[in-house]
Design a protein around this ligand. Structure first.
Ligand code: IVH
Length: 678
């Protein structure tokens, strides 16, 4: 900080450079140097000083970034040095780099014996070009590219971008025009769109459109709320600065002066190294936080650049080497649904085939009904399709509508599951619609069988995923009931199955017939019915018939069963297909002892709900659970207001925090034992 004896002008200058330094550390280097409060303090000190001495106020003061008045229109700006475009190498294989190098060598009259040429290799950002004019180190104008000769004055908006210094650090030539790309990061774009959707504003189709719209705003207050970023990649007019010898050095100097320069760049020699860069960045591309549509190669030595010059409006010394586009426009021919392993119905777009992300795409996900509504995508629309990396292609949104058709309504189009004909339901507050034919639906078969056979359900030892896959794929098992008619010969015929294992498996299947009502209910895989709820249901109703007959009101009388759980149980048993499977299982010989309904188990923990967390010193989780249940208590999976005790062992995590927050009594193993023996 400046000593107090300094003049107001000196203090203002000191505060400005300090604020600019912190700003740069925060917004460009992503490495904050002071706490926010300290920044705010300096900022306010400068504001006060400027208020006391209005003559000291300069346009490059950090206090002047926001608060400018809207402009009535965007004024044209003639570029002192035209903003060129780059030739695009359309061959996206390594040959693209070789062809460029060959052209450059040829133009320079170099032979095979001459040394390889040095290039700067960098990213081709997918945003919009901007020219920043600094005079004596202060930002005086920012202009868009326009037609290359004349752009538009967007200074009022660019000033709001914290990444762009209003004053360069240690560099103040008469004129320095910095050229670069304004872009929007994908995470910033997603957040912006979410905000827009929430406030009923318009959402944007991609980061580039969002960035372009923000830059051309008339009101800088709006632009200031759009999260823009910037990378410098070159120069325009320069007066009074001795240029460094190479492009590489130019970018280094710009970075030193406080401008953002992308870290993913390389200085390489020869075409093979260019091709290697192209390949390396292709792998990096999906994980970059912003979109790129290729890489750019530039002859590094500025004297060679001058020697090479231009053809029409493109420099001979630079080329863009593309990647397959991640987005393309095509027509939405129809909307179908896919049924997933858990019964979720996902709307899928059927598309006019389009080449995007390096492959031909004919289907893309529309995620769910809410997304379709939010984007207002309709059959027949021209839509943007995106496929980045290996992710599933998705429909981003419509860009043009040729005919007015009504909105797609999944539940109306698909009242029943397209795979099995069971009813489709969508729970309140749920984004996803689901098929209710869990036990019957072929799409859910593997998942249902796996759950049915699992240890805590029917406990069929030796019936793993691999075997289940074979049984289903060979058509031997369609529903859980079919498991009981598999004979040994049939099992022995499967891959990786000897006579002995077939015998064991057959015996395990047979053994599983002798079960409990709780296990049986749990094994049905009813949505929202876990082990604890299955036990509650069994205890409350005693007999399967009573459970089958229970309506939602009756179901909600079971402790811990609320409207959501009651609705999924009811939906499950209302689906005739599921009841048929339950019947078939009983016919196959699955049985359990009936219980007296709600027979109160006597014991010290009667009516108490406990939750287990962490590792207990001697008892395993299952042992603790069994002891609690024998004493009339119930073990739930998560802590809630209804929890009576939390039993916590070593390395207890968030459950312990939650229990403490709710004021629930926490027990260790000793305390639990004491309770049990009371
Ligand atoms: S250099 C004389 N470098 O691509 C060369 N341009 O057709 C002038 N772009 O819209 C441009 N990344 O905004 C250069 N690393 C990069 C670039 C880049 C993206 C854009 C530029 C312009 C287009 C050039």
């Amino acid at each position: 900080m400046s000593p107090l004896g300094d003049s107001p002008a000196e203090r203002a200058a000191g505060l400005r450079s300090e604020l600019e330094r912190h700003n740069h550390a925060y917004y460009v280097l992503d490495a904050p140097t002071v706490p926010d409060a300290e920044y705010d303090r300096l900022f306010r000190a400068l504001q006060e000083l400027e208020a006391e001495h209005p003559e000291l106020l300069t346009p490059d003061s950090p206090t002047q970034r926001v608060g400018g008045a809207p402009v009535p229109e965007l004024h044209p700006v003639r570029h002192a040095v035209p903003m060129l475009s780059i030739r695009t190498e359309t061959d996206i294989t390594a040959a693209g780099a070789l062809a460029f190098d060959a052209r450059v060598r040829n133009a320079l009259g170099l032979g095979a014996e001459d040394a390889p040429i040095e290039y700067g290799a960098e990213l081709k950002f997918d945003g919009l070009a901007i020219s920043l004019r600094y005079e004596q180190g202060a930002l005086v104008r920012a202009a868009t590219r326009g037609d290359g000769e004349t752009g538009e004055d967007v200074t009022h908006n660019i000033r709001t971008m914290r990444q762009i210094p209003l004053r360069l650090s240690g560099l103040a030539p008469a004129v320095l025009e910095v050229r670069g790309e304004i872009y929007m990061r994908r995470d910033d774009f997603d957040a912006l769109n979410a905000r827009q959707a929430e406030t009923g504003g318009k959402t944007f189709v991609n980061p580039r459109n969002a960035a372009a719209g923000a830059v051309r705003q008339l009101d800088p207050a709006i632009a200031a709320r759009r999260p823009l970023s910037f990378f410098a990649y070159g120069l325009g007019e320069v007066v009074g600065w001795a240029l460094p010898p190479s492009h590489w050095d130019v970018l280094n100097e710009l970075a030193r002066a406080g401008l953002p320069v992308c870290e993913h760049r390389a200085r390489v020699a020869g075409p093979e190294a260019l091709a290697a860069f192209h390949e390396r960045i292709a792998t990096l591309r999906p994980s970059l936080p912003y979109d790129i549509d290729g890489v750019v190669y530039k002859v590094d030595r500025l004297d060679l650049q001058r020697q090479l010059g231009f053809v029409t409006r493109e420099p001979r010394w630079a080329v863009a080497h593309k990647y397959p586009a991640e987005e393309a426009v095509t027509r939405l021919l129809g909307i179908e649904v896919q049924v997933g392993r858990t019964g979720a119905l996902t709307p899928v777009a059927r598309l006019e085939p389009v080449f995007v992300g390096g492959v031909t795409v004919t289907n893309a996900t529309l995620h769910n009904q809410d997304e379709i509504d939010r984007k207002d995508v309709r059959v027949g629309d021209f839509v943007i399709v995106r496929r980045a990396g290996d992710v599933i292609p998705e429909v981003v949104g419509p860009i043009a509508r040729k005919e007015e058709v009504s909105r797609f309504d999944l539940l109306k189009e698909y009242p029943v599951c397209p795979v099995c004909g069971s009813h489709v339901v969508r729970g309140e507050d749920e984004a996803v619609a689901r098929c209710t034919g869990g036990l019957f639906c072929p799409a859910q078969r593997k998942q249902a069988l796996w759950h049915f056979a699992s240890r805590r359900a029917m406990d069929i030892e030796g019936l793993g995923d691999k075997l289940l896959d074979q049984l289903v794929d060979l058509g031997l098992v369609k529903s859980p009931a079919d498991l009981y008619s598999l004979d040994e010969a049939c099992l022995a015929g499967l891959e990786r199955m000897g006579q002995k294992s077939a015998e064991n498996l057959r015996a395990a299947i047979e053994r599983s017939k002798d079960t409990t009502l709780a296990r049986f209910v749990y094994s049905l895989g009813i949505r929202n019915v876990g082990e604890a709820t299955a036990k509650d249901l069994a205890r409350h109703f005693g007999k399967l018939e009573a459970l089958l007959a229970a309506d939602e009101e009756a179901l909600q009388r079971v402790p811990d069963v609320g409207p959501v759980v009651a609705a999924s149980i009811r939906q499950f048993f209302l689906e005739e297909h599921n009841v048929q499977v339950v019947e078939a299982l009983r016919q196959a010989g699955v049985h359990w002892p009936d219980l007296a309904p709600s027979a109160p188990v006597a014991g010290p923990l009667l009516g108490k709900t406990l939750v287990l967390t962490g590792t207990l010193p001697t008892l395993s989780r299952d042992e603790a659970k069994a002891l609690i249940e024998q004493s009339g208590g119930k073990v739930a999976g998560s802590v809630s207001k209804k929890t009576d005790f939390l039993v916590a062992g070593a390395e207890a995590g968030s459950k312990l925090d939650k229990a403490l927050a709710l004021g629930i009594t926490v027990l260790d193993e000793d305390a639990l034992n004491q309770l049990l023996s009371e």
